[in-house]
Design a protein around this ligand. Structure first.
Ligand SMILES: [Zn+2]
Length: 68
């Protein structure tokens, strides 16, 4: 699993993949993708501020859950 930053012009609502809270997308979206580049979902600004290391750890846990 990996994440990528994308520019976004639409203001729509997404559910955060990590904390499951609904949020409005910002100009820069952080999108979680698998190794094939398929998007799983967005990360909210609060989780983004926790930093890449923390997000990476959350995704690892999520990855384990998804591959069960
Ligand atoms: Zn979040």
């Amino acid at each position: 699993m990996q994440f990528q930053i994308e520019c976004n012009t639409l203001k729509n609502f997404q559910i955060c993949l990590i904390c499951n809270k609904q949020f409005q997308t910002q100009e820069a979206r952080l999108i979680i993708c698998n190794d094939q580049g398929d998007g799983y979902g967005d990360i909210c600004p609060q989780c983004m501020t926790m930093g890449a290391f923390w997000i990476g750890n959350q995704l690892k846990a999520l990855d384990n859950k998804l591959s069960l």
